[in-house]
Write a protein that binds this ligand. Sequence first.
Ligand code: AMP
Length: 113
Amino acid sequence: MDNCLFCKIIKGDIPSTKVYEDDKTYAFRDIAPMAPTHVLVVPKAHVSGMNTIDELDDATLSACLRACCKVAELEGLTGGFRTVSNCGDDACQSVQHLHFHVLGGKKLSEKMD
Ligand code: AMP
């Protein structure tokens, strides 16, 4: 997608701090971290979000979840971590390319809203 921020990051047209990459996924540090570790895991294939997940093949979807766990391992999040994917206006999704936030490195809030 020509106009997608995360597609540009995946291509290297916009700089990012890479944490992990494989053939189907790319993981990089969030520019406005909300925890000591705050990494975004994205599929290299463009899908707008969780509400269009049917456009993504199962191998890529599972690769995203495995990449989240790999990031947690690489970041040493032995005490636990949180994985979140915001979808749509009510969830304040701001970038229309499916992404999973991986948060950790401190005791996170019990509140999910
Ligand atoms: P969401 O609000 O769930 O759509 O998450 C989008 C995330 O992308 C936010 O946490 C932003 O801080 C993050 N973000 C926006 N632009 C960049 C960028 N250039 N590099 C890294 N993270 C970014």
